[in-house]
Design a protein around this ligand. Structure first.
Ligand code: SIN
Length: 175
């Protein structure tokens, strides 16, 4: 690996729609975090007056979260992070996390996290309420339901289990 390459950990839409060039990608895990539909989306999968819900990472001491790590060449980093800072602008901030790659290597990764003090943070709610909100929300990037279903399909395809995401899928299929 070139010294100047950098890794990015994606756990939401970045898994199935990275939209940037990368040298390689690997399934990866980070310890101490769980993926939750606790972040409001006013600009992608909802509207200011009817926000949707998208995923963020929530500190959870005993948990491990699976996602995808992308290796990004030095020459592309500036352009890619400018683009991602814009895409993730509704409350997400870059944070460095330690990541275990599927090949057994450990790397530091940049990830986008929407913390609980950002204005768009919605936080925990009963799963049935989250499912209902996801089913009803639409925004410029498409329906909130598609976001959930695309994420769940991508996780299944990669062999990543996530009880929160899969439980929401069961609920929306029943509602
Ligand atoms: C991510 O995918 O890593 C961040 C959250 C999102 O854009 O869905």
């Amino acid at each position: 690996m070139a010294d100047s390459d950098l890794w990015l950990f994606g756990y939401g839409s970045l898994i199935w729609r990275p939209d940037f060039p990368y040298r390689q990608k690997q399934v990866a895990t980070i310890d101490g975090w769980s993926r939750r539909f606790w972040q409001g989306s006013h600009d992608h999968r909802g509207l200011p007056e009817a926000p949707g819900r998208v995923v963020t990472l929530v500190p959870t001491p005993a948990a491990t979260c699976g996602g995808v790590a992308f290796q990004i060449e030095a020459g592309h980093q500036r352009e890619i992070f400018d683009q991602l800072d814009y895409r993730e602008k509704n409350g997400y901030e870059r944070l460095e996390v330690r990541c275990e790659l599927a090949d057994g290597n450990q790397v530091n990764c940049v990830t986008y996290i929407a913390g609980d003090t950002n204005e768009a943070f919605l936080g925990e709610a009963p799963l049935a309420d989250i499912a209902r909100q996801i089913q009803g929300a639409h925004g410029p990037s498409g329906s909130n339901l598609d976001y959930l279903l695309e994420l769940a399909a991508a996780l299944r395809e990669l062999g990543i289990a996530d009880t929160h995401v899969f439980a929401l899928c069961d609920l929306v299929s029943r509602q």
